[in-house]
Design a protein. Sequence first.
Length: 190
Amino acid sequence: MTQQTAGRAGSQARDPWRYRWIVLGIATFTQAASGFFVGGIGALGVHLQSALELSTAQLGLLVSAAQLVPLAGLLVAGELLDRYSERWVVGVGAVVVALALGVGSVAPGYTALLITLLVVGAGYSTVQPGGSKSVASWFDASQRGFAMGVRQAGLPLGAALASALLPLVAEEFGWRATLLTGGIVALLDE
């Protein structure tokens, strides 16, 4: 091997663009893990309604609570991402989701659980813009749409896994265990 060929091989091994696929995998996993409970809470409706003796309106508010805060939280997360690294902002968001779900597992009732899910929504707000910024910085325009599509697939993947798993956990261990499960999954992306 000539010195010139060896130099090219060495520069390819250190090429940061080779790691973009790893970054995409991490961003997709983060999307799925952080959205796991938020996307899967609807599958717990029967268990929550029965255990907490909720009206249909209360159940609807509970199921949508984690989606309310991101309406403003996404703007705050975007501002934070302009000032700090994606890793830090998304990491803090994942910890907020995990801690809130952990605390929520001992919620004494409906109101406490509702507040818990609002806090979960605040932490969850960091994932969308954080993952988008990360993918946008690693992929050039010719592959960015594909990469964003792959990353966004984490949302339905997380929701589908949660919808399949959480009702089984609720059936076996109760609804409180589903919050702990969601918290553990959120920490996996940390």
